[in-house]
Design a protein around this ligand. Structure first.
Ligand SMILES: Nc1ncnc2c1ncn2[C@@H]1O[C@H](COP(=O)(O)OP(=O)(O)OP(=O)(O)O)[C@@H](O)[C@H]1O
Ligand SMILES: [Mg+2]
Length: 442
């Protein structure tokens, strides 16, 4: 519950002067002027991809994410780049001018050549007062306006404090009106609450055109930029970045990055193919079982859902007779990725079984499939796309659910093994226990 002070209603005069209202007459749709592709191009390809192909003039984009995940970094990079073509205004209510300048210098540092120059057309204002920001906008006349962050921006005249529901909503609507009437693209940075939603009213997500989330594990360098709402492109697109000294760099081949450092033929490791939007990603799933020392056995998932782990464990226990009752189970998705899909069930089951039996999973196999309660293997969507990605990364075979309807043939270059049940799949996936300790190198 948030207390909200009722303001005297703004006079109709001020609403008219803000644009949108009061000058509308019905027009023929065919008469309305709209160039088809007027997006501003971006060389940060992963970012453009998530936006649906570039920045749409007059659009409002909200970028949310946990503290310290890299929101300011990413948008400063975008601002630096856009400023090479047209004026950009970056406003910050959170950091000093010096801090931002230092970050910009760090982002532009280049070992190979001299440092890249700071573009002339990037303007900076450290301000929280929306009226002052709007005054600067009419001064600078930017193509792109970045607000860092919407929670620190305040509309004078409203009594509630910065970041409150009414402030956030009012500021966001003012900025939307600015964007729609002037054609300036506006990027808003939004903080995320503990529960993971963008702080402030849910209505904020309705006001803007596009909502992006920057996600990732703070202890890993990978960041996923995910679109959850987009009026100008497909949702559930993701961009993959790596956060480093020089800011966010695009990861051209994410699957390869997530598989780097894998120990081939070690028990307890399996490769799953998960879909992030329309993009297949290969990830390594690790399982470890270890005797419970006291009390209840523990189930510790990292990167997969806790209940999913319980389900897979229960099926292994009841349908395959794997004794896990006195074993602690740890499951880890390498690289800090969150895998929400049931399609990773089979790889999770294989990783656990592999560790429990000390038998490695075939190193050149990918495992895809959802596990049902009777121990059956269920088909998952977009199988061809998943298999193609596995082929691209040089995997030799794939263990997948049996399909009952013949569709298009599976992609070439990979041996596809169809299994009806989890038991069949694991028989195919696990190598016999060689009795050797894979780790004898030490
Ligand atoms: N010199 C550096 N080298 C590598 N990474 C750095 C360096 N300086 C900062 N970082 C990274 O940048 C992160 C902060 O990024 P940024 O300020 O863009 O996050 P943010 O999402 O805007 O955070 P906030 O919510 O606090 O505004 C730090 O957590 C750190 O990981
Ligand atoms: Mg920030």
């Amino acid at each position: 519950m948030v207390e909200e002070v009722v303001q005297s209603t703004p006079s109709s005069k001020s609403r008219v002067s803000r644009g949108l209202v009061g000058r509308s007459t019905a027009k023929r749709l065919s008469d309305i002027n709209a160039e088809i592709d007027e997006r501003l191009p971006l060389t940060i390809g992963e970012f453009a991809r998530v936006l649906g192909g570039g920045v749409v003039p007059g659009s409002v984009v909200l970028i949310g994410g946990d503290p310290g995940i890299g929101k300011s970094t990413l948008l400063l990079q975008v601002a630096l780049e856009m400023a090479r073509q047209s004026p950009v205004l970056y406003t910050s209510g959170e950091e000093s001018e010096r801090q931002i300048k230092m970050r910009a210098l760090r982002l532009l540092r280049d070992d190979a050549s001299d440092n890249l120059p700071i573009p002339e057309d990037l303007y900076l204002v450290t301000e929280t007062d929306l009226e002052a920001i709007l005054a600067q906008v009419s001064e600078v006349k930017p193509r792109l306006l970045v607000i860092d962050s919407i929670q620190t921006t305040t509309q004078p005249g409203l009594e509630s404090s910065a970041g409150s529901v009414s402030q956030v909503r009012e500021c966001a609507s003012r900025l939307r009106e600015l964007a729609k009437s002037s054609g300036i693209a506006v990027f808003l940075i939004g903080h995320v609450t503990k529960e993971g939603a963008i702080a402030g009213p849910r209505v904020l997500e309705h006001i803007v055109d596009t909502v992006l989330y920057l996600e990732g594990d703070r202890f890993h360098s990978y960041r996923l930029l995910r679109s959850v709402k987009n009026r100008f492109g497909a949702t559930s697109e993701v961009g993959v970045f790596e956060m480093g000294e020089r800011g966010m760099t695009e990861v051209a081949n994410p699957s390869e990055a997530f598989l780097a450092g894998r120990m081939v033929n070690a028990p307890g490791s399996a490769i799953a193919v998960t879909m992030e939007g329309t993009r297949p990603l290969l990830v390594e799933i690790q399982g470890l079982t270890s005797p419970t020392s006291f009390g209840n056995p523990r189930r510790t998932p990292n990167g997969i859902d806790f209940n999913r782990l319980l389900l897979v464990t229960a099926v292994l226990n009841r349908r395959l007779g794997l004794r896990l009752g006195e074993q602690d189970i740890f499951v880890n998705v390498v690289g800090g990725l969150l895998v929400g899909e049931p399609a990773a069930d089979l790889a999770v089951a294989a990783a656990i079984t592999s560790s429990a039996r000390g038998a490695p999973v075939r190193a050149d196999s990918v495992l895809i499939g959802e596990i049902g309660l009777s121990g059956e293997l269920r088909m998952v969507g977009q199988m061809s796309a998943r298999l193609r990605e596995a082929v691209n990364l040089g995997f030799k075979n794939a263990i997948i659910p049996r399909r009952f309807r013949r569709g298009e043939p599976w992609p070439k270059g990979i041996e596809v093994i169809e299994a009806r049940s989890l038991r069949q799949a694991l028989d195919q996936a696990l190598l016999p226990d060689t009795g050797e300790n894979y780790d004898t190198g030490h």
